[in-house]
Design a protein around this ligand. Structure first.
Ligand code: SAH
Length: 492
């Protein structure tokens, strides 16, 4: 921090005027008061704000907006009335074009700062961010906690950012419009029948959450109530009583599956592991169609299945991944961190053979049945850690990720796709990827920081970054997804 920081000492509760000049990765505005850095929630780059200092650290502080003195040209009125209180969206008060710029910059900044890449070179190969045409109503999956308001009435809504107090809101603008009617029907049923709401402090009360999922391509909707009842026992009685609720919910257009998730654990994990279907089908379906003329790939989704939450953008994201993979029909492809096999199955249509690896056994089960449902036979799924399955496979020299050669060595796969969780790839996984020597690596990342770290390793070990672009999977949040193509460096 510059010596300026010591020019003037600031105190808690003091009021200062600040011009917001930057934004943190978490979406807080950043500005300086006499060289002293202040983070300000809900402030937009370009805003002149008067803030009250709420917390003072040695070299920086946190301020809360008292008044926006001169709004930034990028500031808009957030369409959602509770956006500042709810933890779901962080940058709804920024116009969408500015949000997309922020996300691109976040990716480039991480690659420069953490990966040590040259900004000019990066910008010369970066392709434009893919935003949404309609950046609202995009979530195919919503989970609402239930609680009680000050008067003791049941409410459904969202946890206020980083807390467990519930903000009542039945119409979240990034969720599907059917959510509101479904929540109102459930709340009305709860009131009429004096059903208790779960209280996490005492562990008593029945209704905890509701999970609502919609298949955008099929219009099918799933409602899953999370109740504080054990799978066996009194719940049978309770389930019998649900006939009325099922009747009301099933009258809502699209609702095709109603179930109960049993969760008696006193944790903040939302879903219990056992599900009882109480009306309709136990799954809903969705279709991922990368090419608008194709029939697409159909997926069955249960209450516990992992499925990307933005079905519109997922087609764009996978479209970039498939394009970067450069498939002609002859390739052997590995899809590491494959979840329920969505990327694997999209790639299988254009490759010779695809191998998916995933740590969660239920996801692998889903991946296999999705392959079967779509009659895709050139895929194999392995359950295990990418960083273990891949080296084992490589060392065994048995299988055919490419074919084994006469002398038992394995030929290289053509493409390795990775889509790891936020912490990125384990070093063992990266090492084996390099040893397997694929022509191309497609890295799909939900965290620019670990992407930068892993790209630094891969570029130090024989690969170069050829193309990359950001995809906005979560408008109004600070999250950004990036797809990156690496290719073997051409020896000079
Ligand atoms: N490619 C999928 C899933 C991506 S999310 C899709 O687009 O839908 C990341 C996945 O990695 C999750 O399914 C998670 O269960 C899995 N995972 C996490 N750690 C893993 C590891 N060490 N090895 C293999 N899979 C892992």
């Amino acid at each position: 921090m510059s010596t300026e920081a010591n020019n003037r000492k600031y105190n808690k509760n003091e009021t200062v005027e600040i011009l917001i000049t930057d934004m943190s990765n978490e979406g807080e505005g950043i500005g300086k008061a006499d060289g002293f850095t202040v983070f300000v929630k809900n402030a937009v780059i370009g805003d002149l704000v008067r803030v009250k200092l709420m917390k003072i650290k040695k070299n920086y502080g946190y301020g809360r907006i008292e008044e926006v003195l001169k709004p930034s040209a990028d500031r808009i009125e957030a369409p959602c009335l509770v956006s500042e209180k709810c933890g779901g969206c962080q940058i709804q008060n920024m116009n969408y074009a500015a949000q997309l710029n922020f996300k691109e910059k976040k990716v480039v900044d991480s690659l420069v700062r953490i990966g040590g890449f040259d900004e000019g070179k990066l910008r010369s190969i970066m392709e434009p961010v893919i935003g949404m045409e309609e950046p609202y109503r995009y979530r195919g999956k919503s989970q609402f906690p239930f609680g009680v308001d000050k008067e003791g009435n049941p409410v459904a809504g969202f946890y206020a950012g980083h807390t467990h107090s519930i903000i009542s809101n039945s119409d979240c603008l990034i969720g599907v419009s059917e959510n509101q009617e479904i929540l109102n029907v459930i709340l009305e049923h709860i009131r009429r029948n004096h059903i208790s709401i779960y209280d996490e402090k005492t562990g008593k009360g029945l209704v905890r959450h509701v999970l609502i999922r919609k298949g955008f391509a099929t219009g099918e909707i799933m409602v899953c109530l999370v109740l504080n009842v054990a799978y066996k026992g009194q719940d049978r009685e309770y389930i019998k009583k649900q006939t009325e609720l099922c009747k009301l919910l099933s009258a809502i257009t699209g609702v095709s599956s109603i179930s109960i998730s049993h969760n008696t654990a006193n944790t903040n994990v939302i879903m219990g592991n056992t599900i009882t279907n109480i009306w309709g089908n136990d799954v809903i379906h969705d279709v991922i169609r990368l090419d608008p003329d194709s029939e697409g790939i159909s997926f069955a989704i249960s209450p516990l299945s992992f499925y990307q939450v933005n079905p519109v953008q997922v087609e764009k994201l996978y479209g970039v991944a498939v394009e970067y993979a450069g498939l002609t029909g002859n390739e052997a492809v590995w899809d590491l961190y494959c979840g329920i096999g969505t990327i694997s199955l999209c790639m299988a249509k254009k490759a010779s053979m695809v191998y998916g690896v995933e740590i969660i056994d239920k996801a692998i089960e889903d991946a296999r049945s999705n392959a079967e449902r779509n009659r895709i036979s050139n895929v194999r799924f392995f359950m295990g850690k990418a960083e273990e399955v891949l080296p084992d496979f490589y060392n065994d020299n048995k299988g055919t990720p490419g074919q084994s050669t006469e002398d038992g060595r394995m030929t290289s796969p053509d493409v390795i796709v990775v889509d790891p969780p936020r912490k990125g790839c384990e070093i063992e996984c990266l090492e084996t990827m390099v040893r397997m020597d694929p022509a191309r690596i497609v890295y799909v990342s939900c965290n620019p920081a670990t992407l930068a770290r892993d790209l630094a390793y891969l570029t130090a070990n024989g690969y170069e970054v050829r193309r990359f672009r950001a995809v906005d999977m979560f408008p109004h949040s600070v999250h950004v997804e990036t797809v990156c193509l690496l290719a073997r460096k051409v020896p000079v």
